[in-house]
Design a protein around this ligand. Sequence first.
Ligand code: HEM
Length: 139
Amino acid sequence: MFDIIHIIHLYAAFIYGGFLIVDNLFMSKMGESLSAEEATKAREAIMMHVRKIVPWALLTAVGTGIYMFIGVFGQIGADGMSSFQILLSIKAFFGLWLGFRGFNQKFFGINPWVFKSHLFPFILVLIIIFLSQAMFISF
Ligand code: HEM
């Protein structure tokens, strides 16, 4: 069961992170070769499909993440948290923040909480992916 949830987590992270990468690196440049009106139209032609899938991918990443967190965090030892527990907690905090923003946006129409542009989630996803690997190295 854990392995299946883990794989679903990875796919969801790929879909969510993949959109942010395409948006920040490529879609944001559409205005360079299209007029403002064309760029808005082109962006909307993509975003109408993005809105059907990407928020669900984020919520799936958060849901499966919480499931795995409960399974792998373990007991805090007498000499404090392990490096795995520290980095996983930071990663979970950032992931939950993104999830909270996404949930508010999807279900309550509240536009991104605290930070408005997609640059902020993009940077958080890069940090989360780094932490997701770094947490397995003990220091
Ligand atoms: C947008 C949000 C998220 C992204 C992009 C993301 C991405 C990733 C990635 C790339 C991995 C590495 C898997 C591997 O190398 O085996 C991972 C693992 C993990 N994630 Fe997330 N994650 C997100 C949210 C969360 C949240 C909110 C939590 C917890 C509350 C969480 C908990 C975990 C756990 C516990 C693992 C490690 C499982 C193990 O021990 O193998 N994730 N995540």
